[in-house]
Structures are given as C-alpha cells and as structure tokens.
Write a new protein. Structure first.
Length: 149
C-alpha cells in the first residue's frame, strides 16, 4: 500500500482538464515513473490521489490549476536585449531564438532555468519563465505498477 517513504512506480497519461483533453505526457513509451512517496518533489494533489493504493490499482486524479502549477504570472515574462544573446560569431541566430523555442538560462544565483521564447522584437526578446503547465487544470489517468520498501 502506498504510504510515506515507499518506493512507487506508476504508469500514467497526463491530460489538460479531463481524460478527453490534450495529452501532454505519457509514461508508456519510456517505462513507469518511479519516486519515493512524500519524499520526492511531486504535486501534492497527485500524491493525495495515490495514497493508500496498491500495485495493480488504477487511478484518475483531477488537479485544479491553483493546486498544480498555478496561474501564469506576468512577472515571469521578461524582456532582454538581443545583444545578450549574440553568438561568438557576432551573429543573431533566428532559428535558435524563434517563438516557442526553449532557452536554457542561469539566474544571478547560479540556478539553471528554462524559458520559452514568447516574442522577438526589433532589439529585444521576450522570454516566458512560467512553468509550461501554469494556467492548466491537470488530469492524470493511470495505474500503480509497484510499491516497495
């Protein structure tokens, strides 16, 4: 039975809003997701939905936006001068910085973060640092593969 400290493996599909919503992620292609229950960083609502289940049990867990990654925050949209992204060759790379591309960056404290190019202007670029699922209600559907010490 899934309780604090147990090693858990689950297969799941993650959809937006409900089972008929857009499929965002599935573990079926790469094998189950494994984690230590209540010790690894998981969405609290996901763990609540799994608590007490055992291997072979199926689950459907709906998590509202506010309890998942929250709403998109305007302050996480940041504008930078294009000059900060000029390559060693002195050129701006239109493909690398196209709208929708993921850009790895580093905070002043040295943490690695990823942003998504939101807009490319004449002299600046707008990057969105919100979690990709911010603003979305989540729906997990799956099964418990294993539970162990």
């Amino acid at each position: 039975m899934i309780t604090k400290g147990k090693k858990v493996a689950v297969h799941y599909e993650l959809h937006i809003d409900n089972a008929a919503g857009e499929l965002v992620e599935s573990t079926r292609e790469h094998g189950p997701m494994s984690f230590t229950f209540k010790e690894d960083q998981m969405i609290e609502g996901f763990e609540k939905g799994l608590e007490g289940l055992k291997a072979g049990d199926t689950f459907e867990i709906a998590i509202p936006c506010a309890e998942a990654y929250g709403e998109e925050q305007d302050e996480y949209f940041m504008e930078f001068p294009k000059s900060e992204f000029i390559g060693d060759d002195g050129e701006w790379d239109d493909e690398l910085f196209a709208v929708g591309e993921v850009i790895p960056m580093q905070t002043p404290e040295g943490y690695q973060v990823q942003g998504v190019v939101e807009e490319v202007k004449l002299n600046t670029i707008v990057i969105d640092f919100n979690h990709p699922l911010a603003g979305e209600n989540l729906f997990f559907k799956g099964e418990v593969v294993s539970v162990s010490e």
